[in-house]
Design a protein around this ligand. Structure first.
Ligand SMILES: [Zn+2]
Length: 258
């Protein structure tokens, strides 16, 4: 009976990150990319689970699994699943704190400035590289965490100008990284079970402050809710078998029409 109203719900355009979209397939995602995908996943999952709002843990599981698989595709070793989820959790908390309360402040110049700053800072790499050496060319990490020499230029590009894209998959390197990640995933499983309760508790707090509300229930709309629109999908970069330099403009800030 409530089915009809549910089908009409549409994802909100987030006041910070704009329209939710999938992860880009051929670059290492930025914080902005990850959050846009987080919002999309949260929307999809909320509809699927028929919940008021899906938990951070459920959404982050899908998001981080995909993010790690992109890193793996790029043959750049990443931190464990658990650590990547922690990184996302910390950022997600900052994001929700920025947006609470949104409605009362949204017209204030200083608040708009804070949102702009947050948005621009989100254009940096969501860096889950396992090597944290200050100079990657003088890396002292063990073999499992070391970035292969031929991938270093790509990683440095992704941390900086972001003009390159992921090309052909290095099968051998990918296999080695997958094997390592499998072991790490097994290690992190027990941690997940232990922390799930805690995270769920935190989610309950989240649920009270999250501004991105996907569920218009029958009991009337709150007129102060942010109205939403569905903008056209962003253009996808063309597939290529090689790493190629893209025009700087193509990768610029308004890549998603923000
Ligand atoms: Zn290192």
């Amino acid at each position: 009976m409530a089915e009809g109203t549910r089908e009409k719900t549409a994802p909100l355009v987030c006041p910070v990150f704009g329209a939710p979209v999938k992860l880009p397939a051929n670059v290492l995602p930025t914080y902005r990319d990850v959050m846009k995908f987080y919002l999309q996943t949260a929307h999809t999952l909320t509809e699927k689970q028929k919940k008021y709002r899906s938990s951070f843990t459920d959404v982050a599981d899908i998001v981080i699994t995909d993010v790690i698989s992109i890193w793996s595709k790029a043959s750049v070793p990443s931190v464990s699943y658990k650590r990547a989820v922690h990184l996302l959790k910390a950022y997600h908390t900052k994001f929700t704190n920025l947006l609470k309360p949104y409605k009362d402040r949204k017209d204030s110049d200083s608040y708009i400035g804070r949102i702009d700053t947050f948005r621009c800072e989100a254009d940096r790499l969501f860096d889950i590289c396992s090597c944290k050496c200050p100079d990657i060319n003088k890396c002292t990490c063990d073999k499992s965490r070391k970035v292969p020499a031929k991938e270093i230029p790509f990683l440095l590009d992704q941390r900086g100008e972001r003009k390159m894209i992921i090309g052909g998959v290095d099968v051998k390197e990918t296999k080695r990284i997958r094997k390592h990640q499998k072991r790490k995933a097994a290690e992190s499983e027990s941690f997940r079970v232990r922390t799930e309760k805690m995270t769920n508790l935190a989610d309950n707090i989240d649920n009270n402050i999250m501004i991105v509300d996907y569920d218009n229930d029958d009991d009337g709309d709150d007129p102060s809710d942010i109205s939403f629109t569905i903008p056209p999908s962003p253009k996808k970069p063309k597939k290529t078998q090689m790493r190629v330099k893209l025009l700087a403009t193509a990768m610029a800030c308004n890549r998603y029409g923000l």
